[in-house]
Unconditional design. Structure first.
Ligand SMILES: [Fe+2]
Ligand SMILES: [Fe+2]
Length: 192
């Protein structure tokens, strides 16, 4: 089993565990590849453990954004839950493969990730589906996770306008999207 990300575990146990009544969500996380999965195959944090690290980065960004705007309507459990679990759609999703690359004239075997989608359910909507097998989400939590990709969401690209209604109704959805962008393109942008 992959090493559990200690920051993730601490935030989860402090703020989310009370919502995870029988510990079933936590059991799912530790039994799945969540803690060994990368955050992406080709871009940010494309290494084992990247997904958990990204989720922690999103949590810190979300906390900062809410504090800066003095948003007090969301409980610590909601804030931690949407940030830590927003990308559960990437569980059991990446596959580690090997390929040969030429380095200084010599061939070398390197690891890389490919996508092997076993539950083709979209992105944010897939995370909501997985989480709701284990714990109950409020409407705002579900909306936030569902629409966290903002304009990159394929439904939005296909012309679905309901994201605008969701963002109008639910500030948490706007802030989670912004936190995701900040974590991905500022905190995790290592120039690769
Ligand atoms: Fe995502
Ligand atoms: Fe994300």
């Amino acid at each position: 089993m992959a090493l559990i990300n200690k920051d993730f575990e601490q935030i989860y146990k402090t703020h989310v565990a009370s919502r995870d009544v029988n510990g079933e969500m936590w059991n799912y996380l530790i039994k799945s590849d969540f803690f060994s999965a990368p955050a992406s195959a080709r871009f940010h944090l494309k290494y084992a453990g990247g997904l958990a690290e990204h989720s922690v980065n999103v949590y810190h960004r979300l906390k900062k954004l809410l504090q800066a705007d003095n948003v007090t309507q969301y409980g610590e459990d909601s804030i931690a839950l949407v940030a830590l679990l927003h990308d559960l759609c990437k569980v059991n999703y990446y596959k580690l493969s090997k390929r040969n690359v030429k380095e200084n004239g010599a061939w070398k075997e390197v690891d890389y990730y490919t996508v092997e989608e076993k539950l083709p359910f979209g992105h944010g909507e897939k995370s909501v589906f997985i989480i709701m097998n284990y714990l109950k989400l409020s409407k705002d939590e579900a909306l936030a996770i569902n629409w966290h990709m903002g304009g990159w969401d394929t439904r939005v690209k296909g012309g679905d306008y309901s994201i605008s209604d969701a963002y109008r109704q639910c500030p948490l959805a706007v802030y989670l999207h912004l936190a995701d962008v900040q974590a991905t393109y500022i905190d995790e942008n290592h120039g690769e």
